[in-house]
Design a protein. Structure first.
Length: 805
DNA sequence: AGCACGCCGACT
DNA sequence: GTCGGCGTGCTC
């Protein structure tokens, strides 16, 4: 019987990023297993932390007295063998702490909350009890220890044994329960009781009759009350008389009421779709770890290919995982999958409450759900026996997590496909260059859907040169051509969608006399005007202040907002087209839970003529009556110092164009731009992904960028700019001799937004083709900079970063 | 992270 | 002399 547990403790630092050995108390030796959470003492004080058991055995390299596990949190492992292996791989490949990775894979409620408490002892004097405890059994340490003087007093009291410090490790996970009703007496006894009830007590008789029909089963109180027509008060009486027992029945929080979902049937596939399904299903059956690139224009029916492939995996008794970007995870999308697979579907996304996420996670782990649909983190869903992984819109940057662990869901999906020997399907109309290049080399197998379902032609696209427009007409967000088209749609009772490319282009306040721009005091970035709260906000640190009435610099009153936000566009459009009914969708109007869906439903049911929004409207929405799509500012992202700017612009334009003319009516797209000759815009006009791919590959080849090179970004930040810069140059000197000569190191350079939250940022980018020792080198780097990190320097490593700013 | 240990300046 | 500042090392 294993006596020693190797435990990963919940202390995310470089020094503690390894297992610690603990004695397993003999009473628990048969039940502690790898993957369970435990509470262990850690450190010289009385600190207790949560940890994950990685292994159980009888050996340790530690030559000292082992401490014992304090308590066991789980009855069964929450991380299975696959998850434990994945944790180790994820930590190594993203340069993050193992404990952080383990926690990332689980619902947030399973993360422990810690409380440091003070408790009285039997030596506590009346005076201290009066001062600190007021008769309570414990008080929060931090609430009392607010001043240095208070801290030293507490330390003295602790030394004198008058108070005790105690750490409480709290499990946040709560199971939702409803009240159940169960008979407490046998049927015979209940019959006996019936004879003693006063005649005319109809409800009590009904209750007794009802109890007799239960057959020892438990019914929810609600159901019982309805079925036998007895009130809760009567049931309470029955409980008091000892006829019945109330119990707690565990229920799942159901985020989508399954009741009103209409079942859907598989659609007839066209030839291309059928070929794709056949290939995928063959790989599911084999099983083979083939990675497919399913490349299909918008409207070519990729989703139906996914659904029928999933059906084949389920038919084989296997499970399936379907990843979609957060913004595509709309109620329509969920309905479509649930309509096909019903209760077998679990949905994981950020809109769920933490309790709902936990319940969905448990349904998956208990094998009550075989299909999981979810955003990025759903890639960790605890599905056993995986038969198929699908990643829709694989080029979406939201698949990469922005903070530690900086993983890309695609990499995790590929890892899991190796583990389960199952295929992966990467789907997109505009695949990332990396993926498309791998398909070119035969690493991935390419499946092409060139035709739109029903053979609808792609919408025609007009490019509008805003430079000319500006010269000939007054400054406006709307070109004449677009306005005429909008007017035309209003008259024909058709709908329009307008997209404002918000990135780096929101409203800021500018003084027309001296040119002063209101900036964040903590960050090198202008503050954004928010009309809903009437404040200026920083989008990086959250700083908020009042809108200035006079210029803080020259005291002029000519201080106005400048630039274009969705609100301003809406206002201008309403002036230009007073009769139009407009819905605006942006971060402000969709922040509330369910607001997103509500606005889309309103638009879909024809309650508005025009939908204005940011990038969020480009994805997945499918309204047959939309015949016009306008992109107000196509090129705001093109000017950004990022080699992926063209790729993103092309993808966005192609995607938003796909919103026009999805049913019988043909669509038209207007793209307003200041760079009408830019290749990203030219290729988007002709829906020419292949042309764009070839051209962009040349650009990447010349620039030495992915997919020709791999990249790693190292960021250092410090409150003192000189320190950040100096350390970065030292780091460069340290790094150079450890990398192969063909590797290119860019930087150090200050980040384009050099200061965020009072910290100064510098970055180095490593571009390499082959660097076998990179993992080791960078891990060493993190260890060697420990002392500096303690002194306030923050160092971060991002493997294959998606944003270079 | 959080805690103890340990070594220097201004107070009872 | 002691209290308390924070730099350094360690946590099974």
């Amino acid at each position: 019987m294993a006596q020693i547990a190797q435990v990963l403790v919940d202390v995310p630092t470089m020094q503690t990023n390894r297992p610690y050995s603990y004695q397993i108390p003999s009473a628990w030796q048969s039940q502690v297993q790898p993957g369970m959470r435990v509470v262990v003492p850690f450190g010289r004080g009385k600190r207790r932390v949560q940890g994950f058991v990685l292994a159980c055995n009888d050996v340790t390299t530690f030559d000292g007295d082992l401490k014992a596990i304090d308590s066991v949190v789980d009855l069964a492992p929450v991380l299975n063998q696959e998850a434990l292996k994945l944790t180790a791989w994820l930590a190594a490949s993203t340069f993050s702490f193992q404990i952080t990775c383990a926690q990332t894979m689980l619902p947030a409620v399973m993360r422990a909350k810690y409380e440091k408490l003070l408790r009285p002892t039997d030596q506590t004097s009346a005076a201290i009890d009066d001062q600190i405890f007021h008769g309570q059994t414990s008080v929060d340490f931090d609430a009392i220890a607010t001043t240095p003087a208070a801290v030293s007093q507490l330390l003295r009291l602790q030394a004198a044994g008058e108070v005790e410090v105690y750490y409480q490790v709290k499990n946040q996970a709560r199971h939702k329960t409803v009240v159940g009703v169960k008979a407490a007496l046998s049927v015979a006894d209940l019959k006996q009781v019936e004879t003693t009830v006063r005649s005319g007590a109809a409800k009590q008789l009904a209750l007794l009759n009802g109890l007799q029909t239960l057959n020892g089963e438990t019914l929810t109180q609600r159901e019982f009350s309805q079925r036998f027509d007895v009130s809760e008060a009567v049931i309470r009486t029955g409980e008091q008389k000892g006829w019945l027992q109330k119990t707690a029945i565990e229920v799942y929080r159901d985020p989508y009421a399954t009741a009103n979902i209409r079942p859907t049937k598989p659609l007839k596939l066209n030839d291309e779709q059928q070929v794709a399904v056949n290939q995928i299903v063959a790989a599911v059956d084999a099983p083979a770890t083939t990675t497919f690139l399913l490349e299909g224009v918008t409207g070519s029916g990729k989703t139906e290919v996914y659904l029928q492939s999933i059906a084949a995996a389920l038919a084989k008794g296997k499970t399936a995982l379907m990843l979609v970007p957060e913004i595509s995870l709309t109620p329509q999308m969920v309905q479509r999958v649930k309509g096909r697979f019903g209760k077998a579907v679990a949905v994981l996304h950020s809109g769920l409450s933490s309790g709902e996420k936990y319940d969905e996670w448990r349904r998956i782990r208990r094998h009550e759900a075989q299909v999981v649909v979810g955003a990025r983190s759903a890639v960790f869903a605890p599905l056993d026996n995986l038969g198929l992984i699908i990643m829709d819109e694989e080029h979406e940057s939201s698949y990469k997590q922005d903070d530690a662990p900086r993983y890309h869901a695609r990499q995790v999906a590929l890892w899991r496909s190796q583990y389960h020997h199952c295929p992966v399907v990467l789907g997109s109309a505009t695949p990332s260059l990396e993926t498309r290049a791998r398909a070119e080399k035969g690493v991935y197998q390419r499946l092409l859907l060139a035709d739109r379902v029903n053979r609808r032609p792609l919408p025609s696209v007009s490019i509008i040169d805003m430079k000319q427009e500006m010269q000939q007409h007054a400054e406006s967000n709307f070109s004449r051509a677009l306005l005429v088209a909008l007017q035309d749609r209003l008259e024909r009772h058709e709908q329009s969608v307008l997209m404002l490319n918000r990135r780096g282009y929101s409203s800021f306040v500018l003084c027309r006399d001296c040119g002063f721009v209101l900036k964040c005091p903590n960050c090198d970035i202008s503050l954004t005007l928010h009309m809903d709260t009437h404040t200026m906000k920083c989008h990086y640190c959250g700083h908020e202040e009042a809108i200035p009435k006079v210029c803080p610099n020259c005291h002029s009153r000519q201080i106005r907002y400048y630039g274009t936000g969705t609100e301003k566009v809406e206002e201008e459009l309403q002036n230009l087209l007073p009769d139009a009914r407009i819905i605006r969708m942006d971060n402000d109007t969709t922040r509330k839970k369910g607001a997103h869906a509500k606005l889309l439903t309103q638009f879909g049911s024809g309650e508005a003529d025009i939908l204005i929004g940011t990038q969020m409207i480009a994805k997945g929405l499918d309204f047959p009556n939309v015949t016009l799509v306008g992109v107000l500012n196509a090129d705001t992202a093109l000017g950004l110092p990022d080699f992926r700017a063209s790729e993103r612009t092309f993808q966005l334009l192609t995607q938003v164009s796909g919103r026009a003319g999805r049913a019988e009516k043909s669509g038209h797209v207007y793209i307003q731009t200041f760079n009408p000759d830019h290749y990203a815009i030219r290729f988007a006009k002709h829906h020419d992904y292949e042309g764009f791919f070839k051209y962009e590959m040349q650009m990447r080849h010349q620039g030495g960028y992915p997919p020709y090179y791999f990249t790693v970004q190292i960021t250092a930040s410090d409150l003192d700019e000189a320190v950040a810069a100096k350390r970065m140059y030292q780091l460069l000197q340290w790094l150079k001799p450890r990398l192969t000569p063909s590797t290119i190191i860019l930087g150090p350079t200050p980040k384009p937004i050099a200061r965020v939250n009072r910290r100064y940022y510098y970055q180095i980018v490593i571009k390499y083709k082959q660097e076998p020792n990179l993992e080791h080198t960078l891990t060493t780097l993190l260890q060697e900079t420990q002392v500096q990190q303690r002194q306030g320097l923050q160092i971060g490593i991002d493997v294959e970063p998606l944003h270079f700013m």
